[in-house]
Structures are given as C-alpha cells and as structure tokens.
Design a protein around this ligand. Sequence first.
Ligand SMILES: C[S@@+](CC[C@H](N)C(=O)[O-])C[C@H]1O[C@@H](n2cnc3c(N)ncnc32)[C@H](O)[C@@H]1O
Length: 234
Amino acid sequence: MALNSSKRAREAIPSRVIEIKDPAVPLSIDDLFPEKRALEVEIGAGNGRFLISRAANYPDVNYLAIERMLGRVRRLDRRASRLGLDNIRVLRLEAFYTLYYLLPHHGVRTVYVFFPDPWPKRRHNSRRLFAPLFLDALWHTLELGGCVQVATDYLDYFAEIKKHLATDPRFEEVPAMERTPDEQTDFELLFRGKGLPVGQCAFRSLPFEEKPLSPLTLPPDMLPREEERAEQQF
Ligand SMILES: C[S@@+](CC[C@H](N)C(=O)[O-])C[C@H]1O[C@@H](n2cnc3c(N)ncnc32)[C@H](O)[C@@H]1O
C-alpha cells in the first residue's frame, strides 16, 4: 500500500518534458520556466547526471536538456521531478534542428556537449554533430561571449571538434570548466572507469557579422534512427 501511494505521489509531480505541439514553431523560453533566468543547454543529455547536478546546485539558472532517446528522457525527467527541481526542462528532439530553428538567437549562455556520439566508422562521419552548419547554429544560439563546453573520450573526434572551432573566426578558445565528481556524466564514469583519457575544451563566441540562417532540408542522416522511430511519442 505504502509503495502504491508513494508511486501515485511521484506520478502526480508534473513532468519537466516540454510538449511540442508544432515542431516548426520556435520555443518561447520564458513560457517554459517559472522565472526568467540565464539559460544553459545540454545537447545529448542522456540520463541527465550532469544537468541535474547543475540544476540542483545553481537554482538561479534555467537548464534545458535536449535528448532524443525516450528512455533517457524519462529517466532524466523522473530524477528532476523527485528532486523537485523547477529550473530544468527536457526536450525530446533532434539537437541540431532545435538549435537551428527553435532556440532564440543569442539567448543561451552555455551549451554543453558531453560525449557526443562519435560515429567512428568513416562512412558514418557525416553524422557527427560538429560540422560547419552546426557551428552556424551554435554561434546563433549562444549569447555573444557565451561558451560551448565539450568533452569526449574519442580523441580523433576531439581533435576534429577543436579544429572546427579553432579555425572559425566566430569562436576563441578559453579554459574548459572544471567539473565536480557529481557533474561527471554516466558515459564519462564508464570511460574514466576503464582508464580511458578524456579530452575537454571550451570556446567562447565572439561578435561577428550577423547573417540569417538559410532554410535547410535535413539530410536523412539527421533524422531519428530506426530504433528511435520505433519508440512511441512521449
Ligand atoms: C554517448 S551518449 C552521451 C550521453 C551523456 N551526455 C553522457 O555523457 O552520459 C550521446 C547521447 O546523445 C544523444 N544524441 C545524439 N545525437 C543527438 C541529437 N542529434 N539530438 C539529440 N540527442 C542526441 C543520444 O541519444 C545519447 O543519449
């Protein structure tokens, strides 16, 4: 009985998952959170270990998790609800599309990308998130002076990410953030546990000529993968 009532209590807590009625309409961030605060976004947030820890420790910041896998979205949502965090929201959408079309321009203070899918096979390299169009979306999304924080165990991809950012005049390298043990992600714990090296870097956005983003046709690589399509809507 006690179990049932605590389960009911948990279910009564409102979900932090953003309901998207029309994916073509840009998000009105101020309507998503109870208070207007600086906004930080994590791409591919997984189970949310990093972002939940940040949201608990920095209640004066709003955090948006973008994650396309349903099971991970649900776990992140349950954890945030259990802790009663009001400054975290979860969006189950493709991250590149979200940055390109849905987030406000120059409205995000920090974008975190920790352990992005490395797509190690050469024929799959084009699926990697860090590519010229993503950098366009990233620059438009970040506040001027805002930062992207990156970590990955895949050192070949790490070198590629650094090269993209370092050769783009809209970004300059700054020291990577230091994270507490609570802020290490689930994948990070796994990789560090195996003794694998982890590359970390951060880049700040600089003022540059504003050019509107051109409309895109998403290539098939950017669309959800088979196993994700098979999942039910949240
Ligand atoms: C290797 S996992 C890392 C998860 C988490 N950052 C961590 O370090 O524990 C990559 C995550 O990014 C998500 N992901 C990959 N590409 C994405 C995209 N384009 N849009 C949204 N989520 C994406 C995957 O579903 C997966 O949960």
